[in-house]
Design a protein around this ligand. Structure first.
Ligand code: CO8
Length: 257
């Protein structure tokens, strides 16, 4: 499939997706969201890919859902041509996804970044949920995920006023894992992704699944889940290799088994 709204490439074991609608600041229209799902399907099925990076441009990761495309909807058409459910595809990805964010990550753009497993921000990044200024509320998890990331007070202020957060505030609040200079953003995100892709893929996938459980269940159930997964890992060749390599003082060669 050819892509018109994103660029898709492989850098070694990393799948790199670049949102590419520069004239609309990477606004997320239905076609872009479809293409994003298709690209993620491809990387999830490709056993040579161990991690994915989603990025945008210097000016915008994504300035939100495409307002011009949404504007004509009434309730019935918004419901029937549901833009949001296909967006959930990002959170169902089994391999890790890093969001590399420079510039604006607003509305659906902020929600897309939060659907990824972690966010590396350029020092130019700006996060916000400005939907209230358009007469709506966030629709792809903004009121829920932002609140879990930054707490009620800050999330409430951002959702109710539309105020943006800069990269420093986003890091302080726990929304992003770290800040890097804008010029090094892709390099740093790819470096982190490469590191992940060099580990055992089933272990990486189960680590991601286990951390995600923390958002879905009670502490005691999450701990029980983690313990079973930990014990099950002793059936993997990669556990034998990882622990043997440590005792033999050599670098492990994981075979993803
Ligand atoms: N949708 C459509 N077009 C957009 C969007 C957008 N979200 N954002 C920017 N553009 C377009 C502008 O219309 C403009 O196009 P044109 O040149 O044809 O007029 C072009 O991009 C450049 O934008 P600006 O001239 O406005 O650039 P500035 O640097 O002056 O301003 C801003 C940058 C501050 C980012 C400004 O463009 C802006 O406020 N954009 C809208 C931000 C916003 O409100 N986002 C929330 C959208 S609603 C939403 O995301 C709901 C999500 C629901 C679920 C989503 C599931 C996918």
């Amino acid at each position: 499939m050819g892509y018109e709204n994103i660029r898709v490439e492989k850098r070694g074991k990393v799948g790199l997706i670049t949102l590419d609608r520069p004239k609309a600041l990477n606004a997320l229209n239905a076609a872009l969201i479809r293409e994003l799902g298709k690209a993620l399907d491809g990387f999830d099925a490709d056993e040579r890919v161990g991690c994915v990076v989603i990025t945008g441009s210097e000016k915008a990761f994504a300035a939100g859902a495409d307002i011009k495309e949404m504007q004509p909807h009434d309730f019935s058409s918004a419901y029937q041509n549901d833009l949001i459910t296909p967006f959930d595809r990002v959170s169902r990805n089994r391999k890790p996804i890093i969001a590399a964010v420079a510039g604006y990550a607003l509305g659906g753009g902020c929600e897309l970044a939060m659907l990824c497993d972690f966010i590396i921000a350029a020092d130019t990044a700006k996060f916000g949920q400005p939907e209230i200024t358009l007469g709506v509320i966030p629709g792809a998890g903004g009121t829920q995920r932002l609140t879990r990331f930054v707490g009620k007070s800050k999330a409430m202020e951002m959702v109710l006023t539309g105020r943006m957060m800069d990269a420093q505030e986003a890091e302080r609040s726990g929304l992003v894992s770290r800040i890097v200079p804008a010029d090094n953003l892709i390099e740093e995100a790819l470096k982190a992704a490469d590191k992940i892709a060099d580990f055992s893929l089933p272990v990486v996938m189960m680590a991601k699944e286990s951390v995600d459980r923390a958002y879905e269940t009670t502490l005691s159930e999450g701990i029980r889940f983690e313990r079973r997964v930990f014990q099950a890992m002793f059936a993997l060749e990669d556990q034998k290799e990882g622990m043997s390599a440590f005792t033999e003082k050599r670098t492990p060669q994981f075979r993803n088994k």
